[in-house]
Every structure is written in structure tokens, then in C-alpha cells.
Ligand binder design. Structure first.
Ligand SMILES: Cc1cc2nc3c(=O)[nH]c(=O)nc-3n(C[C@H](O)[C@H](O)[C@H](O)COP(=O)(O)O)c2cc1C
Ligand code: SF4
Length: 517
């Protein structure tokens, strides 16, 4: 009897909507019917409105069904889904689905495809090709490849990865470290989590390549505590890679050593900022360090340290495997390559879309996302996390690349897009930005610690109709002070959502006052 492979995501997003119960029901039903199956817990394909998305492999091709509930499983077997038969939940061949077919998946090439913790599966899908290439190169050539590819940091600041690596490679130190920032605190973002759960070996490969390039022998993956599944996947993947000789004292017999460990964060947004993150790994309270020195010169335990986001590091293997030119051919202007965009909020089809930089916000929200989930008009989208600007529909023609967003006083950040319909009250959203900053401030500098509290109060006065013109003027002044005098980008950028709301949706502030008067 031939064994049929069935895929049910083990991704936290799929588990949240019942994937575990579906997996159990499939095993139960297959046993009861005497159908031989192999169940693989893959990552998510990123089509979250279809989760739990069950796939079955028939004659080498995968067919999708979704969203599947445990109660649907008996009828799926009844309909002979394990032979790709028709069923009301059938979506057709997975690789023919427009959502996937029209993406340019480089960083996410294996997510949802492979068994995340199977070394054999990873190798069968070009895994460790980048590391093997790097092992045959001089460190300066690895750095040159990353620089030439145009890869910029995906954590938010978009700093060129190759320049950071060169700085660490040239810095003096007794040890050097690679630190992966997997704190992923931005609202509406989940790409780091998906990648760690769906293809953790790729992140390990990217970190190993970084280590070869700069001469580091140890690394840390700093994962937020809200990501227990990602943490588990990373810990197991480290064991798998070590057992396979891809990590450890002698990587693939090269004589080069690199070891990795996982550190769990404790739920503070500020610990995603690189210097607070380093303090946290060192066992201290997560507070900003003064710069200089840069972490590249004096980072973890005072040693030269590469701090890069999950997506930055996980993109490196494809650059080494396929070449800088291959990767650099994707993108627009100075934003080279692809970005895994994360579409969330009030949107019909939320999920992960990896595309070359340059598609517009309107394409993302309407062509990919299908507009609002509520069916009402889309009024705004916040791009780049809680410190990102709110863009009005008039700006939805903005291409998704770093420079185009900066030109519109916005930022792309980590690529998260949160959609709101026309029921949103932008005065409330502005107040939330200040509240968020007040709650998450590390307290080290006054403009942020005090300014955010005063900012919230001012917006409350405006919303209550108290001295609206005077309080609006004071709010603008306060925002200027926070932008120019805060020690880090939390206080320095929290005014951006406020100012964008004031600029694009002024009526909401006046109306709030009028309603209350
Ligand atoms: C308040 C604050 C929070 C941040 N949170 C994150 C985060 O969760 N993940 C991340 O990768 N970078 C975050 N960053 C950016 C990091 O400080 C740093 O720029 C990044 O980890 C560098 O990696 P990259 O060059 O690969 O982007 C944050 C920055 C600030 C100011
Ligand atoms: S801006 Fe806020 S988070 Fe940043 S150092 Fe100042 S108090 Fe801390």
C-alpha cells in the first residue's frame, strides 16, 4: 500500500485556529479507514484566511484544502481527498494558487514546503548550499557578496548588512558575536515567527555565514517570550544542525567553529532595540545604551557584534548560493531584493506576501488583501509598526520601497501593514501611539519618558474639546521635542503616527472636540 503524505501546518497562526485538532482527526480517520498516511507538520504558506490549510501530495503534486476544521475531516476522507478528489474545501493544486504563484519567494522559498526540522528535507531543497559556497570563499569575498547584493537590514532601519559586517570584521576584539534579533515587537508583523517556525535551518545557515564572514565563534538568537513555538523550533533545529556537523567545533570539517544558543526575551518592546537587546542577553534590565560605541565596535560583553534581524540573516543563504547579482536584480532603486510583507488588521486576505520591493501599497491592500474584511471602505493603513505613519488612500500609490516611504514622511520598517476601515477614529489612534510609548518607554531619557505621558494628556484634552487650538499647538511642539531630543527611536518616532494622523485626518481631532463640547 502506498503511503500518502499529508501536510498540516504546525505554525502558531494555524494552531490558533485549530490545526492541532485537525492533525489529530486526520490521524484518527486514516487509521479507522486503513489509509496509510505520513503526516508532516509544515510551516504556514502564509494564507492565514485559509488556515488550517491541509495539503495532500498526489503523484508528486500538492493539493490544498482549507480552511479545514476537525469536523470536516471525515467528509474529506469520504470524498477521497487523499487522492486529490473534489470537496467543497478543495482549492486545487497548491502551486497553481494565484496568491503563491505570483509571489517571489526567496527568503520564504521553503516555508510551508518542507518539514522544518528535517535536515534531509532541507538538503533536498538546496539547504546549506549558501554555507558550502561561503566555506570556499575568503571572508572579505563573503562580505563583498552581501554588500553587492544590496541587502539592507530588515529589522527597520534598513542599514546595509555588508557594511555592518565589514565593520565587525575589521574591529578588534577577543571574541566576536552574531546576534539574531527575533524580538519582532512591531504590531501586525509575523514574518520572523513564520520563518523560525517554518524554516529554522535557513536562519542557522545565515548566521553561520555571518560568523564565517566576520570571524565570530558564538551566536545568540534572541526570541520574544510570546513565541514559544518559534523558540522550540529554533532549539530543536540547533540540535539537528549540530548533529549534522553544520554547527559546532568543526563546521563540515572546515576547522571553523560556530555555536549557537537561544535566549528568551521577557516581553518588552524596547528589548527589540539592539542595545537594549544586548543588555538583556547580558542579564541586565533592557535599557538603551548610549551610542557610540556602536555594537559593531563594542557590543555583547564589550566585543564586536553583528546584530541583524531574522529576515536579514535568513536572506543571506540565497545570496551566497545564487550570487549577489541574482538577488540584486529584484527590487527598485536602492531597495534591492525582496521583502516579506505582512498584511494584517481589517483586511480580507491577511498573510505573508514576499515580493520584490516596488509594488504599491494599493496593490498590496486591494489586489493581494482583497480590501477590508468588514466590507467597508479602507480609510488608512499603518505601515512599519507602532511607530509608523498612518497613510491616507491618496498615498496608497506609494511604491513599497524605503526611499518612497521616507519621501512621504513614513517608513517601511519590518514590512508590516495594518489596515483600518472607515470606522476608525484617528484621534484615538494618535492617543494610542503616545500611550504605547509611555508604557514601553525604558525611562532613560526625559523627552520619551515624560513627553509620551504629556502627549497622551494633550490628545485627551483635544478629544474632550478643551482649548483645542492651544493644545494642538503644544502637541506639535512636544512632538518636535521628542523627535529631536529622544535618545532612541522609540521616543524619536512615536510622534510620527500622531503627526500623520493630524496631517491626513485633521477632522477627527476637531470632531472629537466638537462632539464633546
Ligand atoms: C524601539 C525599537 C524596537 C525595535 N524592535 C526591533 C525588533 O523587534 N526586531 C528587529 O529586528 N529590530 C528591531 N529594532 C531595530 C534594531 O534596533 C536594529 O536596528 C536591528 O535589529 C538591526 O538589524 P537589521 O540591520 O538586520 O535590521 C528596534 C528598534 C527600536 C528603536
Ligand atoms: S527614547 Fe524612550 S526608550 Fe529610548 S532611551 Fe529614551 S526613554 Fe528609553
Amino acid at each position: 500500500m502506498s503511503v500518502i503524505t499529508v501536510y498540516v501546518p504546525g505554525d502558531a497562526g494555524a494552531l490558533a485556529v485549530g490545526a492541532e485538532a485537525v492533525a489529530k482527526a486526520i490521524i484518527r480517520e486514516a487509521q479507522a479507514r486503513g489509509v496509510a498516511i505520513k503526516l508532516v507538520r509544515n510551516g504556514s504558506r502564509g494564507m492565514y484566511w485559509l488556515e488550517p490549510l491541509v495539503e495532500v501530495e498526489v503523484a508528486g503534486r500538492r493539493h490544498a484544502y482549507g480552511p479545514v476544521r476537525a469536523r470536516d475531516v471525515a467528509s474529506l476522507f469520504e470524498a477521497n481527498f487523499h487522492n486529490a478528489a473534489k470537496h467543497p474545501l478543495a482549492l486545487g493544486a497548491t502551486d497553481a494558487l494565484d496568491w503563491l504563484r505570483n509571489q517571489e519567494r526567496l527568503t520564504f522559498q521553503r516555508v510551508g514546503v518542507t518539514d522544518p526540522l528535517s535536515l534531509d528535507d532541507y538538503l533536498a531543497h538546496d539547504g546549506f548550499a549558501g554555507l558550502r559556497a561561503a566555506l570556499a570563499m575568503a571572508p572579505t569575498d563573503i562580505i563583498k557578496a552581501v554588500t553587492d547584493s544590496g541587502l539592507r537590514g530588515r529589522g527597520g532601519a534598513a542599514f546595509p548588512a555588508g557594511i555592518k559586517w565589514k565593520t565587525v570584521a575589521e574591529a578588534a576584539g577577543t571574541h566576536k558575536y552574531i546576534v539574531c534579533n527575533a524580538d519582532e515587537g512591531d504590531s501586525g508583523t509575523f514574518a520572523d515567527r513564520m520563518l523560525m517556525e517554518g524554516d529554522p535551518l535557513m536562519l542557522i545557515e545565515g548566521m553561520s555565514i555571518a560568523a564565517l564572514a566576520v570571524g565570530a565563534s558564538h551566536g545568540y538568537v534572541y526570541i520574544r517570550s510570546e513565541y514559544p513555538h518559534a523558540e522550540r523550533a529554533m532549539r530543536t533545529a540547533i540540535e539537528v544542525a549540530t548533529a549534522g556537523g553544520y554547527l559546532g567545533a568543526d563546521i563540515l570539517g572546515s576547522g571553523r567553529a560556530f555555536t549557537l544558543e537561544v535566549r528568551r526575551g521577557a516581553g518588552a518592546y524596547i528589548c527589540g532595540e539592539e542595545t537594549s537587546l544586548l543588555e538583556s542577553i547580558e542579564g541586565k534590565r533592557g535599557q538603551i545604551r548610549f551610542k557610540p560605541p556602536l555594537p559593531a565596535h563594542k557590543g555583547l560583553f564589550g566585543q564586536p557584534t553583528v546584530v541583524n534581524n531574522v529576515l536579514t540573516l535568513a536572506t543571506v543563504p540565497v545570496i551566497l548560493a545564487k550570487g549577489a547579482q541574482f538577488y540584486g536584480e529584484y527590487g527598485r532603486g536602492r531597495s534591492r531584493g525582496t521583502q516579506p510583507f505582512q498584511l494584517a488588521g481589517n483586511v480580507k486576505h491577511g498573510g505573508l506576501i514576499e515580493k520584490a520591493f516596488g509594488l504599491t501599497l494599493a496593490e498590496l491592500i486591494f489586489d493581494w488583501g482583497g480590501g477590508s474584511a468588514s466590507g467597508r471602505a479602507v480609510r488608512t493603513a499603518q505601515v512599519g509598526g507602532p511607530l509608523g505613519a498612518y497613510l491616507p488612500p491618496a498615498h496608497f500609490d506609494t511604491p513599497l520601497d524605503y526611499e518612497s516611504f521616507t519621501a512621504r514622511k513614513a517608513m517601511l520598517g519590518h514590512g508590516g501593514v495594518v489596515v483600518f476601515d472607515d470606522s476608525v477614529d484617528m484621534a484615538v489612534m494618535a492617543r494610542f501611539a503616545m500611550e504605547f510609548c509611555a508604557v514601553e518607554s525604558c525611562g532613560k531619557c526625559t523627552p520619551c519618558r515624560i513627553g509620551s505621558v504629556r502627549g497622551r494628556e494633550l490628545i485627551e484634552h483635544i478629544m474632550a474639546g478643551r482649548e483645542v487650538a492651544r493644545n494642538l499647538a503644544t502637541l506639535r511642539e512636544l512632538c518636535d521635542t521628542m523627535i529631536s531630543a529622544s535618545l532612541c527611536a522609540l521616543g524619536g518616532m512615536a510622534p510620527f503616527p500622531v503627526l500623520s494622523a493630524l496631517e491626513h485626518f485633521p477632522d477627527d481631532f476637531v470632531r472629537a472636540g466638537r462632539d464633546a463640547a
